[in-house]
Design a binder for this molecule. Sequence first.
Ligand code: NDP
Length: 266
Amino acid sequence: MTNFKDKVVWITGASSGIGEALAMAFAKEGAKLVLTARRREELERVKQQTALPAANVLVLPLDVTQLDQAQPAADQVIAHFGHIDIMVHNAGVSQRSYINDTDLEVYQSLMNVNFFSTVAITKAVLPHMIARKSGHFIVMSSVAGKIGTIMRSGYNAAKHALQGFYDSLRAEGYQHNIKVTTICPGYIRTNISLNALDAAGDKFGKMDSNQATGIPADVCAQKILNAVKTDKKEIYIGGFKEVAAIYLKRFFPSLLFDQVRKNIPE
Ligand code: NDP
């Protein structure tokens, strides 16, 4: 896909952070947007901020963990714009708690929001994309989709699950011209650590220093658009340390495991 003019782009987690930055970046290129998250007022704010004609933005509030709402939501998007060109699975919640302390329900919640929600929405939009012989999924994984780290066990598991599922979709979708670009960011400057779940499922509520000094969300968004334009299957976006860690695990896994063990979060 070389340009996004009039392309219909559905973004989950569009009310803040990387999702908001993606909405702005796609808007600048003349895309039509569907903005999804739980907070309607924040989605309306993002809609205003894009300065797109009102008819070109559909605000579609949805708690993506309500898996039975995925199909009605997809039907609403198709009824409104006629089709979907790009599905951006971006909504996500991180974790800050040790395995030994963490309630089982917290794991279920992390898997629902980070993984099963994307499966439900993908299954709702895929038949439509196959019928059109066109569609592109942008999947927000993470360096956490490649490496398991301390206090992120459920988040890491969900992001690893995304990697496997969407590698399969890329392979199965090829014959139907369905594409998948998987994004593995390192530290991006957003509220993700504030919104992360603690051992009891409450908000962690603290800004990590790694996040505070991370790459700006608009820089991350622009790299994602460039990856889709050049049809990349997977990209890494981050500082030297995070990207090097992915290669270290691939070529010298024991060294990486030793480093991760010593990297105790603040
Ligand atoms: P934010 O916390 O700023 O954004 C998370 C977004 O997800 C919000 O728009 C939130 O909206 C939405 N969301 C959360 N739960 C739900 C739900 N149940 N239903 C619908 N929407 C929901 O964090 P980021 O922008 O950083 O995160 C975006 C994605 O990027 C995530 O998938 C994250 O894992 C990934 N990522 C982020 C990194 C970083 O360093 N920031 C690094 C690697 C990956 P609302 O609260 O309105 O529902």
